[in-house]
Design a protein around this ligand. Structure first.
Ligand SMILES: CC(=O)CC(=O)SCCNC(=O)CCNC(=O)[C@H](O)C(C)(C)COP(=O)(O)OP(=O)(O)OC[C@H]1O[C@@H](n2cnc3c(N)ncnc32)[C@H](O)[C@@H]1OP(=O)(O)O
Length: 451
């Protein structure tokens, strides 16, 4: 019996800043961002959007486009690193919003939970659901990935921002892709990228050394949580390379093969924090699995050789064939954290669909990464009905409709100074309000469907 993804839907932020505009404002050579990192646009949430809104919109589309009977859904598992509550998961919000839209108690017996491990949480949720379906083939599960990749202004992450969600129906005998049962993992606890709770001493805010109540906070330290990560970009790249390489070679061991594994993959789907991350990071695996090196190089010779091979014509044509289709959507969106790898899959499928390429029966290789850090490598085979399913999705047509904003508006949105929404919402969920008065509901978020 096969298990995998039967249907897929997405909701990406509908406003964007062109990367050229950001580059000019920040005095960065636009070519570095466009040709070096593959960036064209970065998408940004409007004033009424958060990670729940994106997740709810993607899920609503999945249900409507595929006429899903919600009472058949046994699980809604969410991958996210943009949680808005340390106790109540995004999955819990999704349960209530879907019941509000599609019918009371339809999900009363559905299991729901969030998975958090930076960008790999969605892959963890998928793996878990695949195992569940393997044990319960008559059941159905949904995986939602939803995130807002927001970085500090003027940081090296600023040009990789993006926002949105995907929703995937996981079933037995799936129509899009069936995953094989071998999954390799490589993990190591590190601080390459994280979102800690930070503290400010109360006296720094109030200017009063005495610990007097401040907005009902009795503690002498005020905890703050920022959406923006603490990170070391180049170190995070090193961790990405180390984990994916180790997981890749563990996967080869699991498959018990000496062949060059990536040659058996029609496309390679990697976590893409920006479009060209895959092609920049995969060159080492490309070299090591093809035994191009003699093996006795010094560390600097090794690095030089890697650089040389990554610029070679052979590697460029390998990239065009196996990686480029996944990069197309990433260039127009930016980082989606947990959703990036699945957007890479959708981008590849949409590209093959639009260019009328038949890929039924082909194997795709997946290299997932999450900071902190963990990589998982696995593979899946494209199923005969993939085209019918992907034609519903309209990926590139929808991305084309995104509205451009100017730099001033971007900064106002980033600093949360912009109060008026940029777009008028239509056929989508919005964050309506956050409770500020009722003591036992302080902070509760309320959402609304706008026709
Ligand atoms: C965050 C996650 O989602 C989890 C992860 O994956 S962690 C791994 C990725 N880390 C991140 O995304 C963290 C946030 N991002 C960052 O810190 C940074 O954007 C980054 C580390 C990813 C990149 O850093 P950077 O300093 O801006 O770029 P840099 O590493 O110097 O690379 C610039 C590239 O542009 C090229 N370039 C520079 N000028 C150029 C020009 N004029 N024309 C063409 N290319 C140019 C450079 O040659 C280089 O490419 P190669 O190394 O492939 O040759």
């Amino acid at each position: 019996m096969k298990t995998g993804i039967d249907a897929i839907a997405f909701d990406i932020a509908k406003i964007h800043l062109p990367i050229k505009t950001l580059a000019n404002a920040r005095n960065i050579e636009p070519e570095k961002l466009e040709k070096g990192l593959g960036l064209i646009k970065m998408t940004l949430p409007d004033t009424y959007q958060d990670a729940v809104v994106f997740g709810a919109n993607a899920l609503t589309k999945l249900i409507q486009e595929n006429a899903i009977d919600l009472s058949e859904i046994a699980r809604i598992y969410v991958g996210t690193e943009s949680g808005i509550d340390s106790s109540k998961p995004i999955a819990s919000f999704l349960l209530s919003l879907m019941e509000e839209k599609f019918g009371a108690d339809l999900l009363a017996e559905c299991d729901a939970v969030d998975f958090t491990f930076a960008c790999i949480g969605g892959v963890d949720a998928l793996q878990n659901c695949l195992d569940f379906i393997r044990l319960n083939p008559e059941k159905k599960a949904i995986v939602v990935t939803t995130d807002i990749a927001k970085y500090d202004l003027n940081s090296t992450g600023e040009y990789t921002q993006g926002a949105g969600a995907l929703a995937m129906l996981v079933t037995s005998n799936p129509k899009i892709i069936a995953f094989e049962s071998n999954w390799a993992t490589s993990s190591k606890g590190v601080f390459d990228f994280f979102k800690p709770y930070r503290t400010l001493s109360k006296s720094e805010i109030t200017g009063n050394p005495a610990n007097e109540p401040w907005h009902e906070n009795l503690e002498n330290e005020i905890e703050i949580h920022k959406e923006q990560p603490v990170f070391d970009g180049q170190y995070s790249n090193q961790c990405y390379m180390d984990r994916t390489r180790n997981a890749y070679f563990s996967f080869k061991k699991l498959k018990n093969t000496d062949e060059t594994l990536y040659n058996s993959w029609e496309s390679i789907i990697m976590h893409l924090p920006y479009a060209f991350q895959g092609r920049r990071m995969l060159s080492e695996i490309y070299v090591l699995d093809a035994t191009v090196l003699a093996g006795n190089e010094s560390a600097s010779e090794y690095q030089n050789k890697l650089k040389e091979i990554s610029k070679s014509e052979d590697y460029k044509s390998f990239v065009s064939q196996k990686l480029l289709p996944a990069e197309l959507a990433s260039s127009l969106i930016g980082n989606l954290y947990t959703g990036s790898i699945f957007m890479g899959l959708l981008s590849t499928l949409a590209h093959f669909h639009d260019s009328e390429n038949e890929i039924s029966g082909k194997t795709f290789g997946f290299l997932a990464y999450g900071s902190g850090s963990k990589s998982k490598v696995f593979e899946g085979r494209i199923q005969p009905e993939w085209k019918t399913q992907i034609s519903k999705v309209r990926l590139f047509e929808t991305l084309q409709e995104s509205q451009e904003i100017d730099f001033e508006t971007y900064e106002k949105l980033h600093k949360k100074e912009q109060k008026q929404s940029i777009r008028t919402p239509k056929s989508e969920w919005i964050l309506e309000r956050i409770e500020k008065e009722i003591p036992c509901l302080i902070g509760a978020r309320y959402y609304k469907w706008i026709e």
